[in-house]
Design a protein. Structure first.
Length: 173
């Protein structure tokens, strides 16, 4: 359990470091998009002003006024296109980040499953070895009893044999 917690902490720390690196690039891309949006807003303000300019006779717009407004509008459209391109890059970057997070999470889950499976196998093997040890200890105690019985038989036999020899010596003398 402790090892699993430590492993999870290491994985989270590495993901945080990886995310910080990606966050810097993502933030730079956002700054770029925000700059383009500010530029577009300024150009649209110029376009709005150009529509109110009327330098012709009787307050009418001249061709030059209309061309100027159209040119500013064209620049707004070009800026919009650049914004869309940069937003696409930003979205692709975000999708890549999400995909990397999913891959890291999947890999982490797989590694944790493997660790848990290994721990389970080791626990089963440990239980099996304990069972073998208990069985051997029981068998060992039986052999101890047999050896002690044989030693007692030998001591008893030696005692009775020694007693008989002494009795035979007394009867000869």
């Amino acid at each position: 359990m402790k090892k699993g917690f430590i492993l999870a902490a290491i994985i989270m720390f590495s993901m945080k470091v990886f995310a910080q690196q990606d966050t810097v690039a993502y933030a730079n891309q956002r700054v770029k998009v925000n700059t383009l949006l500010a530029e577009r807003s300024a150009k649209f303000g110029q376009y709005d002003q150009s529509l109110t300019q009327r330098t012709g006779i009787f307050g009418w717009q001249t061709r030059k006024d209309i061309k100027n407004s159209n040119e500013i509008l064209r620049q707004v459209v070009l800026t919009d296109n650049n914004i869309f391109k940069e937003l696409k890059v930003l979205m692709d970057f975000k999708d890549l980040q999400n995909q990397q997070k999913v891959e890291v999470a999947d890999h982490s889950i797989e590694r944790l499953d493997n660790y848990m499976r290994t721990i389970k196998n080791l626990q089963e093997e440990n239980a099996h070895l304990k069972q073998i040890q208990v069985t051997q200890n029981k068998g060992g105690s039986l052999s101890t009893y047999i050896i002690m019985f044989l030693i007692l038989v030998m001591v008893g036999g030696f005692y009775f044999l020694n007693k008989k020899i002494k009795k035979d010596e007394k009867s000869i003398v």
